[in-house]
Design a protein around this ligand. Structure first.
Ligand code: GLN
Length: 550
């Protein structure tokens, strides 16, 4: 398209949280990209934390790490995966981050002696960031998701920023509200009233939605569509039904059945191309896999961040789950993931033997000592019983500790993170992290973001990546202790990926002649897995799990 003014679409949520604002924002991005528009996305989290890195995963879900090292919200992962793009820290903002910048500016006399006020200075900073993200990406459209739900106190200043943008450039700003229509069991019909209230609350912030996405267990019928239209002041053809689906990857397809990209282009007043049939067919073909695959691949995920009261939440491992899906789909398999608590393996016994029924085992990232002995038992069992094993970050460190304990016979081998007084700290704190930990400078200070690793010739890593070096995202403070590398290698553990200067062990593996797949990465490959380009290491793991090793 010829260059027009950048357009901004704000996505806000009504009634309850957790109804898929992030997936809606990602899907809107995708359907517009498919119309030839250059799209970028922004997530706004209304909490005070400067980033998501300091929050417990059971509280917040996964911390998604960007290539530039920013520790962000899991929705950023959804944007990257749906849009097939790499985002940077300008695409993520929190209340803490915005205030921090405004206060820094005030200290630097940037406001030239003015009284710096919550309004307008905070919203102005928000607006500046939104615009900058558009400029950096040379975007035609910026999709901005405002976290939280309408009516709460926390996100008001962000709504205020959106209102101010609409006031100054009315043609460039539009609003999509994702709302929820409950169907109470005893009542048995879909109710529109909570959404009517939510739209009124949004109106109270000076904002009128252009599109209403009506989430619910079932589709919206014509009668309720008209009711919402009348009471929410949104034309009926701009009320979009969005029933629950089995796979989030169907959502863009469902939106297009409702011609949402046409409607959005119309609202924004942009000239867009006809849908890109080839790209769309690619997405459709991928989405279809979520429903196909009669044969399964059973994966055990050994973690600890999924207890939530009486419920099990897998949010802390979102990117790992998606990465497994993409690779399993590429092999025409349906992944069945079981959540097993690391603590339950501490005593060994039957719990370990039950692992036999899985095709593969993943130990994902983690912190602290709880569950570590259980994980080590699992790694030993996987190694000795030749069950494909994939260790991600902490899961790789566990591999090295287990190998040191049981093959090198260093009985007290451990990571400094768990046992600082162990004589055999095969995993030690990185030199660059020592001062940071001594001074309690925790926020945003791990080894974060994309770093290069050089792959060893003839290794599984080099084979599956089909490359001599890779760039992968990291998030850790500890590393394999170089003192033990020689001994570990002499006893058969292969460090198949190393930092370019050779000092940092990035990938550990056992040769295929010894084990079908026993590999761990100090980095997090899950952050780079994309629907249309599954991650090679995950695919190699899944292939081994279904017995398809060469
Ligand atoms: N706790 C380990 C470290 O800091 C592993 C981190 C992770 O798994 N992301 O090195």
């Amino acid at each position: 398209m010829s260059k027009q003014e950048t357009k901004y679409i704000f996505v806000v949520g009504g009634v309850i949280s957790g109804v898929g604002k992030g997936i809606t924002a990602s899907s809107i991005g995708l359907i517009l990209k498919n119309r030839g528009l250059k799209v970028t996305a922004i997530k706004i989290d209304p909490y005070i934390n400067v980033d998501a890195g300091t929050m417990n995963p059971t509280e917040h879900g996964e911390v998604f790490v960007l290539s530039d090292g920013d520790e962000t919200d899991q929705d950023m992962g959804n944007y990257e995966r749906f849009l097939g793009i790499d985002l940077t820290r300008i695409n993520y903002m929190t209340t803490g981050r915005v205030y921090q910048k405004v206060i820094e500016r005030e200290r630097n006399l940037d406001y030239k002696g003015k009284c710096v006020e919550v309004v307008p200075h905070i919203p102005m900073e928000v607006i500046e960031r939104i615009k900058q993200a558009g400029v950096v990406a040379a975007a035609d459209v910026v999709v901005i998701e405002i976290g939280g739900t309408i009516g709460e106190y926390q996100n008001m200043l962000f709504l205020e920023a959106a209102r101010m943008m609409k006031l100054t450039t009315p043609k460039d700003v539009s609003f999509v509200m994702v709302s929820y229509l409950p169907t109470p069991g005893k009542v048995g019909e879909m109710k529109t009233k909570p959404t009517q209230h939510a739209v009124r609350a949004l109106n109270g912030s000076g904002i009128q939605p252009d599109i209403l996405i009506a989430r619910g267990e079932t589709s919206l019928d014509e009668k309720r569509k008209e009711k919402l239209s009348l009471f929410c002041n949104v034309p009926a053809d701009r009320v979009v039904s969005a029933p629950d689906v089995d796979s989030i990857y169907d959502i863009p397809l469902n939106f297009e059945k409702e011609k949402l990209s046409d409607k959005l282009c119309d609202i924004m007043g942009v000239v867009c191309q006809a849908p890109d049939a080839k790209a769309w067919a690619g997405w459709k073909n991928f989405a279809k896999h979520a429903h196909n695959g009669k044969e399964t691949v059973k994966i055990a995920m050994i973690g600890k961040y999924f207890e939530s009261g009486e419920f099990v939440l897998s949010d802390a491992y979102l990117s790992v789950i998606e990465a497994i899906k993409y690779s399993a789909y590429s092999q025409n398999r349906k992944p069945i993931i079981s959540w097993l608590n690391a603590v339950d393996f501490e005593k060994g016994g039957q719990a370990l033997k039950n692992l036999k029924k899985y095709d593969g085992i993943v130990v994902p990232g983690g912190f602290g000592s709880r569950g570590v002995e259980g994980k080590l038992n699992v790694v030993k069992y996987a190694r000795e019983n030749k069950i494909p094993y994939f260790g991600l970050c902490y899961g790789m460190q566990m591999m090295v500790i287990e190998y040191a304990r049981n093959v090198l016979r260093l009985k007290d081998a451990n990571t400094k993170e768990v046992n600082p007084s162990s004589k055999n700290k095969v995993i030690d704190v990185m030199a660059s992290q020592k001062d940071i930990l001594e001074n309690n400078l925790y926020g945003g200070t791990m080894r974060l973001g994309a770093y290069k690793a050089v792959l060893g010739k003839g290794t599984i890593a080099a084979d599956v990546y089909r490359s001599k070096e890779v760039l992968e995202r990291h998030r850790h403070r500890y590393e394999v202790n170089s003192v033990f590398v020689g001994e570990l290698e002499a006893k058969g553990l292969v460090f198949s990926g190393k930092s370019p200067d050779g000092t940092l062990m990035e990938i550990a593996e056992l040769p295929r002649s010894v084990h079908p797949f026993f590999l761990g990465t100090q980095f997090h490959p899950e952050f780079l897995a994309r629907p249309l380009s599954p991650h090679p290491l995950f695919t190699a793991f899944i292939k081994a799990a279904i017995g398809k090793n060469k």
